[in-house]
Design a protein around this ligand. Sequence first.
Ligand SMILES: Cc1cc2nc3c(=O)[nH]c(=O)nc-3n(C[C@H](O)[C@H](O)[C@H](O)COP(=O)(O)OP(=O)(O)OC[C@H]3O[C@@H](n4cnc5c(N)ncnc54)[C@H](O)[C@@H]3O)c2cc1C
Length: 303
Amino acid sequence: MRVTVLGAGVVGCAAAAELARLGAEVVVVDPAGIAAGASGRNSGSVQHPMEERTLALHEATLGWYRELGVVAGPPQGVLVVGGEAEAGAVAARFPELAPEVVADAAALEPCLAPGQRALRLDTGWTVSPERATRALAELARSRGASFVREAPPPGDVLLDARGAWDGRARPVWGVTAVVDLPPPRHVIEEAGVDSVGGAAPPERVFSIVATAEATILGSTFLAAEPDPAAEVPALVSRGARFVPALRDARVLAVRACPRPVSPDGLPWIGRAGDGLGLAPDDEHALRRTGDDAGIPGHLRPRA
Ligand SMILES: Cc1cc2nc3c(=O)[nH]c(=O)nc-3n(C[C@H](O)[C@H](O)[C@H](O)COP(=O)(O)OP(=O)(O)OC[C@H]3O[C@@H](n4cnc5c(N)ncnc54)[C@H](O)[C@@H]3O)c2cc1C
């Protein structure tokens, strides 16, 4: 089977690796190259979902990342500042997260303002997002997949992994800033980050994630494409409520990208109703598009 994968983000690269392992002839098309979208610009925290239905995906992701050397060892931990009221509920649903209420989170992370209560969760591996996506792309290549910028002749199956550009996902714009700050060990986030996929998400939720390459201050959740630089003062002032040193920290870079968000916040996996395959759960979930199926006209490379 010849498969054309649209999009070389983490979803397209992972799907390509798996399809190539199953014996498909795979070409990944992305006019912008590997990891050019959200997969190269996110905050870089791999963490346990607060949702049972995506647990298997999370565990599979961790398994792949361990094999590829993208993550190693135990998690760094997530500190949810102001999230202590959720400890009981989290313990009941996900005891493996060993939720622990911390009376003064500054004792664990000295960058935090003293006296803030937090919920500590036993998850959170930080990775360079681009590195993780490229590792999956290399795995796909090692199994015979190829990556191109222009559409090749159509395959038997189109697999749509264009993320926020697929015309169906709701783009939720995230702006993050790379800041010059001693890296915290934990992933630190403000309580409420889980509600951002909902109908009326908050426009900004504080988070700070330090990968080996960068300390990333986040993040916005905006419906319309923002002017990234104009968002930085609000990100910094929100973050400084939790991490006072942010007021004086240099901003080294600003990144913006739309997140692909489905109506229920869950990933789309399997067949699409209109003839496009979405990221597959297995080889049988793909839909044949027919011999004359080219890349449909509305799937134009973005400018
Ligand atoms: C600011 C921010 C912070 C985030 N933080 C985290 C985090 O800490 N942890 C976490 O797990 N998730 C995080 N996310 C979410 C995560 O990044 C995304 O869920 C994930 O990267 C989506 O991957 P994808 O492959 O679906 O999409 P993308 O990575 O966006 O890939 C889609 C690709 O499709 C390509 N494309 C567009 N049009 C076409 C076309 N016509 N033909 C072919 N290709 C096309 C694009 O160039 C792009 O490369 C964050 C997202 C953002 C924006």
